[in-house]
Design a protein around this ligand. Sequence first.
Ligand SMILES: [Zn+2]
Length: 452
Amino acid sequence: MGGERGRVSLAGRPPSPHVAPAPSFPRVARSRAVEVFADVEQPVDDLLSFAESALRQQRTGLGADADPSRPAYAIYLCRELETIRALEERHGWPRSDPGPFRTFEFRGGFYPGSGMIALRCDPGDDMRWDIAHELAHAVFEEVVGQDCDAINEGLAEYSTARLLARGQGPFRLDGLAAAVERNELPSLQRFFGLSYWEFRDERAHGRNFDLSWLLVRVLLEDDAAGIAGRFPRLLENLRALEPWAALRRTYDVALLEDAWKRRAEVASRWIPVYGEWSQGDGTLEVTLREPGFALLVQRQSPYMNEAFSIRTRPTGLEAGSEVGFVVGFESKEHYVALVLRPSTSSLVVTWRTGGHWDSPTSVPVRCFPRDWESAELELACDAQGEIELSCGRRVLARHALGPAAFHGRPGLFVDPWGASGERHAVFEQTESGLASPLDAPVLLGDGPDRDR
Ligand SMILES: [Zn+2]
C-alpha cells in the first residue's frame, strides 16, 4: 500500500487560470459533510455513508470535533487520470502528473487546503481503503493545520486498518527489510526531513510508508514511560511548531528512535510475498481476497551447509487447505515449495524455476496425521540440504534438496481452503532456527549514523 497514494504536492506552484471544461459525473451522493462523485460504476450512496462514518471515527481518534461551518469534502472517483487532470486544472492547481520529480505512479489523493479528494478507480474496485486513507489526511489537516509525511502517512494507514477491522501492517516490508539488512534505516531526524518526493521515491520500495506506519504504532501502542500517552500532546505541539520541533518537544527522541528501529527490525524478520500478512507477538495472520496461495519468507537466508529449522503452529485451517514451507527463496521466480497435501496423503515438492512450476515430486506420507491442521509443524534442514518435515514432533517425510536448500530464504506456504470470499490462516508460535539479528546488536542503535 501507500507509495502510489497520498496527498498531492501543491508546493511552490502558482495557480493557473481556470480553463478546463467541467468533467461530468453521472453518479452523485451528497450529505452536509461529504459529496461523492463517480464517472465509473461505484456504489456512491454506500460510499457516502462509509465516508461519513470514517470522518467521524477519525476525528474521534484524534480528539477533534466536527466544525459545522466546514464545507463538505468532495470525493471524485475517476476512471481516467485525464479526469483528475481536468479537475486540477479547473481548480487552478498545477498538474500532478507527469511531473519532473515523479518516480511513482500517480493515482490521485487529497488536495491540501481544498477539501478535495480525487482517486483513480475501475468499476467495482473496493475504494473504501483509499477513501478512508485520504479522509485521514483531511482530518490530520483539520487537527494540526500542517503536513508531516512521517506521521501523516502512517496514521492514515493505521486508522484505516482499524476502521476496516483489518490487521495492522505494514503489509509489504521488502524495502524496509533491505534497509534493515544493509543497516540503512534513516535517523528519525533525517526521516522527518524527507521531502515530499524523497518520501515517495519508487526506489525506496515503500520503505518510508512502512516506517511511518511503524512509527505511529510506536507512538500509539508502546507502553514505555516517556512514550505512552503522549500522542495528544504531540498533536497539540504540531499545531504550534514544525514537525521535528514538535516531536522533540514531546518525546526524548533518542528513546523514541530506539523503539522505532527495534520495531522495524522485528517487523521485517518476515517479508510477505503473497497475501496480506499481519504480525504480532509471534502470531502471523494472513488474509487472501482472491484465490491463490500465500507466502511469507524470512528476512535472513541460511548459511551454506549450516542446518536450520522453522517451527510453527497453524490454527483454524479448514479441511482441504494445504500448508507447508518454502526454502531457497531467491525471488518469486526461484524457490522450492514443500507442501502437505491431505487429499493425497503426501508431501508435494515443487520447484519454481524461471516463473514455471516443475513437475512435482510426491513423497508419500504413510500415516497422515488427523490433526495436521492444528499440530506443530516443523521443517528441519540438515547441513547436506536434506529436508525433514514433522507434524506434532512425528517425522512425516524426508527429501534431499542439496545445496538448493541454502540458496535463498526459507518461509511459510499456505493455501487455505474456503467456500467463498476471503480466506484466512493463522500461524502461532512461529520460531526459526536462524540466528536473530538481535543476538548481534551491532546491526542497530549504537553504531555511527550512516545516514546522509
Ligand atoms: Zn497518504
